[in-house]
Design a protein around this ligand. Structure first.
Ligand code: FAD
Length: 425
């Protein structure tokens, strides 16, 4: 495992990786952005009628993913035990922050954009190899993992259902055993990357009594999207976009071999929470970067745009907005960095920073939304214009208050931890 022992080591390690990513983007991604500039700038050309990406852009994203994997970036946050880069969380958050800060929203071939929450450069638990795969058995490690690590194929994380979102104990999707196989039936909704994934980590009820007691009873199955009865046809466009990478899945008597169970039967809830915890911190880190991107643009603009004979930066009302952005960003960043350190320390402390992960997710996402809102205000009419991607950043920040636990669920988690006696800060 790549280790980092102090903040200085962490920052030095992150700096080298970030420089590598920037040169990768320059040589491999920017030429594609230029080639597809017209399509990327117009959702009427970008999305098909069914909300999926047109073939050339889907293929460009696949190519970048493969090349990023070959260059050692794509799976760098996944643990070494499954063939990933084993990058400590404290380095990972700095890398994610740097990507969003440099490239900002509206760059579909790089980061969050056009209602896509998957990144081509780096895998997350909703589309590729992650810590969840530590629980994978031999069959999954041999049959599925290599193509995920190579960026050839992707997964989706299928927990949410039409009647079970925040309350995962309300799952209705069921799996029953039939010899060496399981038969799964149910519907999944709001599943990121489901329109594109070759495999799905499907969470299904295997023991309703345990589920009723909130003591287990949910199992995680790695299902092939080609299996008879599996359908991921519907894309769910969001936030005014003409498509997204989010969709619904129906499973009608889908047969899955026993060897495709992730972890133990009835113990899937913990696996899901592991993935979601990882996702919460990654979202938080990306939001810090996106907020920094917006503040960078706002500072530039405030220094050159003049009203009433002086630059915007000389008006105290504008200065206060800039300062409020800095307060949000600094607070969010320190929260994310400290939380990542606590995650890295888990093997020695045995303490999973549940409360801190929720604080980081809620604060960074809500902070990014405030910063994007101020950036739009500082830019006046231009802030609203489709020419600048502030609207995109604002929509992303607003969107991120829902997945991987809504802001209310983060507060619920924080309060529960406090009431259990976790009052360490
Ligand atoms: C863009 C996007 C991508 C997503 N990607 C995935 C994915 O890849 N995989 C996946 O499985 N799911 C995914 N989701 C689903 C997401 O995790 C759920 O939407 C989320 O958990 C909320 O569930 P819900 O939409 O059913 O809302 P509900 O659970 O019905 O909640 C509705 C409202 O009530 C509030 N609420 C609920 N319970 C409480 C409570 N106890 N106290 C206070 N307030 C409460 C919520 O905060 C929310 O404001 C995604 C969602 C979106 C929008």
């Amino acid at each position: 495992m790549t280790t980092a022992t102090s903040r200085e080591d962490t920052e030095a390690l992150a700096k080298g990786i970030i420089e590598g990513i920037h040169s990768f983007v320059e040589s491999e991604v920017l030429p594609l952005e230029e080639q597809y500039r017209k399509i990327l700038a117009d959702e009427r050309l970008l999305f098909r009628d069914d909300g999926r990406l047109v073939d050339e852009i889907a293929e460009a994203r696949r190519n970048i993913r493969r090349k990023s994997a070959a260059a050692g970036f794509y799976a760098m946050l996944a643990p070494e035990e499954i063939g990933g880069g084993g990058l400590p969380s404290s380095v990972g958050v700095l890398v994610l922050e740097a990507i969003e800060r440099r490239y900002g929203p509206g760059r579909l071939l790089i980061g969050w954009s056009n209602a896509f929450l998957t990144m081509t450069l780096i895998a997350s638990f909703v589309d590729g190899p992650s810590h969840m795969f530590l629980s994978a058995g031999e069959a999954v490690r041999q049959q599925v993992l290599p193509s995920l690590l190579a960026g050839e194929k992707t997964i989706c994380f299928a927990l949410t259902e039409p009647d079970a979102g925040s309350d995962a104990w309300g799952l209705k999707c069921k799996a029953r055993r039939d010899g060496d196989e399981w038969v799964i039936s149910g519907t999944k909704q709001w599943i990121t990357n489901s329109p594109y994934a070759e495999h799905a980590a499907v969470f299904a009820v295997t023991d309703p009594e345990l589920v009723a007691q909130h003591k287990g009873g949910i199992t995680c199955f790695l299902v092939d999207a080609q299996s008879p009865g599996y359908q991921a046809e519907k894309v769910l466009p969001i936030m005014g976009h003409m498509g997204s990478d989010c969709g619904s899945i129906s499973l009608d008597e889908v047969r899955v071999p026993n060897e495709r169970i992730m972890g133990q039967v009835d113990q899937g809830f913990q696996i899901g929470m592991l993935g979601i915890s990882e996702g919460r911190l990654s979202i938080a880190a990306g939001c810090v970067g996106m907020a920094e991107w917006a503040l960078d643009r706002s500072l530039e603009y405030a220094k050159q745009r003049k009203t009433f004979g002086v630059t915007l930066s000389e008006h105290q009302a504008i200065q206060f907005m800039l300062a409020e952005c800095a307060i949000d960003i600094f607070t969010a960043k320190q929260t994310v960095v400290r939380t990542a350190e606590l995650v890295d320390a888990f093997p020695t402390t045995g303490r999973l920073p549940v409360k801190e992960i929720s604080i980081a997710k809620a604060y960074s996402v809500e902070g990014a939304e405030r910063v994007l809102d101020r950036a739009i205000q500082i830019h006046g009419g231009m802030g609203l214009s489709n020419e600048l991607p502030f609207h995109e950043g604002f929509r992303i920040a607003r969107t991120l208050r829902i997945p991987d636990g809504t802001s209310e669920i983060q507060r619920r988690t924080i309060a529960r931890q406090l009431l259990r006696g976790d009052v360490v800060f």
